[in-house]
Design a protein around this ligand. Sequence first.
Ligand code: IMP
Length: 188
Amino acid sequence: MIELLFATGNKGKYIEAKEILEQQIPEVRIKQLDFKHIEIRSESIEEIAAEAVERAFEESRMPVFVEDSGLFIKTLNGFPGTYSSWVAKKIGNRGILKLLKGEKDRTAEFRAAISFRSQKNAKTIIGICKGEIAKTEKGNGGFGYDPIFVPKGHKTTFAQSIGLKNKLSHRYEALLEFSKYLKAHLRR
Ligand code: IMP
């Protein structure tokens, strides 16, 4: 059995990652490291995750990963990006819709970065989900920006179709890529 820590204070993220990774790699066991860390300021989720995982590895000295994510809106030059969590608390979905009022190009994407660190390896993986910002909030599922995000090729928001979200999301994509990386590296 190979034990791997997920450094996060977010129980929901932990459960999702555990399910996906343990299903993909039966010999892996994911444990939560309840990790409180002040993130660096950066416009790049990759940089934020890569710095955080170093701190988590210093603390645990065990194979460990972190995840950082955000919503990037094209016409707002990537805002709220790495400030997504703070912006959600301050202006929420209604605030984002106001910023985009009358805007034709509503292109946006969710990005998730997973950073892994062990004694021998360091790796950062990105998952992206492309889509658009809806004109109004729709649906009750999910969290954060889910009621205003419509994935490319679909008509409903993530909050309206959570089953769809779980198979399409930036986090799901990053976790699948990460499981491929782990399969190739952990067994050596
Ligand atoms: P963090 O990675 O925990 O800092 O989360 C970043 C923020 O991005 C969250 O608080 C949400 O506001 C937003 N976000 C990230 N992923 C999602 C998602 O799957 N749905 C909706 N909002 C998300």
